[in-house]
Design a protein. Structure first.
Length: 346
């Protein structure tokens, strides 16, 4: 298309056809929130993960489709381009050159640096890659102001001085055992590449990682078709619950059952911890809910001492007592009258 003065201009045309409906793949609406997309991905990734479906020959293909859909819809830049241009946005952002022509410059645009600049000499990855996406979100839908600012900066850069752009990042999610999150360790992930290849990668889990945190594995993302460095893998960590331990900040809380005799008369009890078994002293006359603190046996800190272990005692009584035993309990209550609910208020 030509302007009235004969200069060529770039026209962006929306492509509505989609080879793969990523929203349908994840089973979410087109106006789904980020939280809805992440929840749908977690459910489907667990459902179709190849390691969990060794007998299902279609699981790998389904898992790859889910991974590809999440990679686009979980990224605000990619999602905006996908909604606007459909699946062809990948060609536009991946170094392809669907548009070409001569840009003659002009007063007020590009200055002397843009005179005689050839549009077909620019890799469109510079214009539609990460840099373009970040700026593009700041303008009104359908505006081209930021696009031309990106174009101008690209035209003024020297080819030798341009820093190669990274390939696309890959987003992945894993669930790790509670103990691994506390003490650290290593897990193996199965990664579905865009080309259909499946890789197994060992990932180091730092001690003390919290649920929802991300781990970046550098240089293991998608390759750059233009020859630059590859992207990274961004792994969201989910921590499985523990049957006995819970975490509060850097402290660990464990509920420890004790007998009536141990609580009433006092005792020494063994309690497990991340650093091994510890022996605790239960003072005589201890009630349920009492917490015994073990310093430094909680969750490690990167820049300080580890948290503490809090052993919360819970008295366990026999389900059935003989008549004589019940009489002894009543006698004990009469000899030591208590009002344990005096301070209980709404």
């Amino acid at each position: 298309m030509c302007s009235p003065d004969g200069q060529r201009v770039l026209v962006l045309q929306r492509i509505s056809t989609m080879a793969e409906d990523y929203y349908k793949t994840l089973g979410v609406r087109h106006d789904a929130s980020q939280a809805d997309i992440e929840k749908a991905y977690r459910d489907l990734a667990r459902k179709y993960h190849p390691d969990l479906n060794p007998d299902d020959k279609t699981a790998k293909e389904k898992f790859q489709k889910v991974q590809a859909a999440f990679d686009v819809l979980s990224n605000s830049e990619k999602r905006e381009m996908y909604d606007r241009y459909g699946s062809s946005f990948e060609t536009m952002g991946g170094g392809g050159r669907p548009y070409s022509g001569a840009w003659q410059g002009g007063p007020g645009f590009g200055g002397a640096g843009a005179e005689g600049f050839r549009f077909d000499e620019v890799d469109l990855g510079d214009l539609f890659g990460r840099g373009f996406g970040q700026g593009y979100q700041q303008q009104a839908p359908g505006g081209f102001g930021d696009f031309f600012r990106q174009f101008r900066r690209a035209s003024q850069r020297s080819g030798k001085g341009t820093t190669p752009r990274h390939g696309n990042d890959i987003r992945h999610e894993i669930q790790i055992p509670f103990g691994t999150a506390v003490t650290g360790g290593q897990v193996e992930i199965t990664l579905a590449r865009q080309a259909g290849k499946t890789d197994r990668i060992n990932v180091k889990i730092p001690a003390g990682i919290e649920d929802g945190k991300r781990i970046r594995v550098r240089g293991q993302g998608e390759p750059n078709p233009a020859g630059g460095p590859p992207g990274d893998i961004l792994i969201t960590v989910r921590v499985a619950p523990h049957p006995h331990f819970t975490r509060h900040d850097h402290n660990l809380i464990v509920r420890v059952p004790v007998t009536l005799a141990e609580a009433a008369l006092g005792a020494k009890i063994d309690v497990p911890s991340p650093q091994g078994t510890v022996t605790l002293t239960v003072p005589p006359g201890t009630s349920s809910g009492t917490k015994l603190r073990v310093k430094g046996h909680g969750v490690p800190r990167r820049d300080g001492p580890a948290g503490d272990l809090l052993a919360e005692l819970a008295i366990v009584l026999p389900k059935k007592l003989t008549d004589a035993e019940q009489e002894q309990v009543r006698l004990l209550d009469q000899n030591h009258p208590l009002k344990p609910r005096d301070g209980l208020r709404w």
